[in-house]
Design a protein around this ligand. Structure first.
Ligand code: UTP
Length: 403
């Protein structure tokens, strides 16, 4: 029997075998070709998440400590930038399903009386650093199959918002199959199985597969600063942050914000079996949520904001490690049994993702570097309410940015 059919039978995906029986030979061939490249092992995950170890608190270099050492840290960081030893990696392959905007999230106009795109906010922030350092920071932009062309076109149309286009590289992340609530594969088109981007944890492996690591080596880049597209106050290649990590002698660093309240829904940087790790809010016991240190600070106080720096040689040694897979229930456009494309209003499918935060656990150590959330954390996840266009606009205004 055909290997693919056998695999589908073993994975209890008989509906797809049956479906293929009614397709033309060309359509069947297309689906089979897609299966040859698709990692179907995710279908055996059955919602199992990895088991966690023993959590202990991890302190951070605080705002006060940073301010005392600002000049020293900044000088160290600027020197590294000047030598072009740090590159930036913008994670922009997400589907932004909560925002419900049908273009790349970075192309969203957050302005009110003028155009101000999310990508533009990020590039403006980066330009502040490159102007100070007198060199451009190599910038790698991760996109997805779905939004790659639109993203590239958008940068072209806007002349890279004043950034140097020779210092920008785009690469596409990988896809994984998505399933319905019963674990069954779905269709995206008549001859196409539904897939979704494989999460933001795959960024370094995707840089490897797409030849970006050759660029990193050619350019002698030693550190990478990876960050999310949706924080419009995101400081990229922040010299003070880079310098603090260099000064600490640690192999990685994470920007963190002090929690607004003990029950704030944010992943907290801590230690897990002695290694740096992130504990999700729903994994924390009441004791962990409310425990305090002698100075009154919460023991598990510092939430991550998806802005990390890693040493390239240490990342290389993680390439062979399989990151844990997480399932996320999302709204995904699909083709129904009548051949109609549906864009659901409610989550309808599980996608499988690895997460950038799980890369922290692969590092020997990590410097938690506190930033002021009012100045550096304005995520755009939803259109209204918490972490929304509205709240991000307020924070942009607070930072003197005209909208
Ligand atoms: P989110 O976790 O907010 O996911 O991404 P999302 O897909 O963009 O949005 P929702 O959940 O569907 O509303 C956090 C960051 O990771 C990037 C996003 O672009 C964002 O910068 N990301 C996420 C990727 O680059 N690839 C992915 O597969 C997922």
């Amino acid at each position: 029997m055909d290997k693919i059919i056998e695999k589908l039978e073993n994975l209890k995906q008989h509906h797809i075998i049956k479906y293929m029986e009614n397709l033309s030979s060309e359509e069947t061939e297309n689906i089979k070709k897609q299966f040859e490249k698709l990692d179907l092992s995710v279908l055996t995950m059955n919602g199992k998440e990895e088991e966690r170890g023993k959590f202990t608190p991890l302190s951070a270099v605080t705002l006060d400590e940073i301010s005392e050492n600002k000049d020293k840290f900044t000088e160290l960081g600027i020197n590294l930038i000047k030598q072009r030893k740090i590159g930036a990696v913008l994670l922009a392959g997400g589907q932004g399903s909560r925002l419900g905007f049908d273009k790349p999230k970075g192309a969203f106009n957050i302005g009110i009386n003028r155009e101000l795109y999310i990508f533009e906010c990020l590039i403006n922030n980066l330009l502040e650093v490159t102007e100070k350092a007198g060199v451009y920071v190599p910038l790698f932009i991760m996109t997805s199959v779905e939004n790659n062309q639109d993203t590239k076109d958008f940068f072209e149309e806007h002349d890279y918002f004043g950034y140097s286009r020779e210092d920008v590289w785009f690469f596409i992340q990988e896809q994984l199959p998505a399933v319905d609530k019963d674990g069954k594969l779905m269709l995206a088109a008549k001859d196409k199985i539904l897939t979704a981007p494989n999460g933001n944890g795959g960024w370094y492996a995707s840089m490897d597969k797409t030849g970006m690591l050759d660029v990193v080596r050619e350019q002698s880049i030693e550190w990478l600063n990876v960050f999310a597209v949706d924080n419009v106050l995101q400081r990229i290649a922040d010299p003070c942050f880079i310098g603090a990590v260099l000064d600490s002698g640690k192999v990685s660093g994470a920007k963190v914000v002090a929690k607004a309240s003990p029950d704030e829904k944010v992943g907290v940087l801590c230690l897990e079996d002695g290694r740096p790790s992130i504990v999700e809010y729903y994994e924390m016991t009441d004791e962990m949520l409310t425990r305090r240190e002698a100075d009154g600070r919460l023991s598990y106080n510092y939430g991550v904001i998806l802005n990390y720096i890693f040493r390239v040689d240490k990342l290389d040694s993680t390439l062979s490690v399989k990151l844990p897979l997480h399932r996320a229930f999302k709204k995904l456009r699909y083709m129904d049994e009548n051949g109609e494309i549906q864009s659901p209003d409610e989550p309808n499918a599980y996608k499988f993702e690895t997460l950038a935060l799980d890369m922290v656990k692969l590092q020997e150590n990590c410097l938690a570097y506190e930033v002021d959330r009012k100045k550096e954390f304005a995520p755009v996840k939803n259109s209204t309410g918490i972490d929304s266009v509205e709240s991000a606009r307020e924070l942009l205004k607070y930072n003197g940015i005209k909208l």
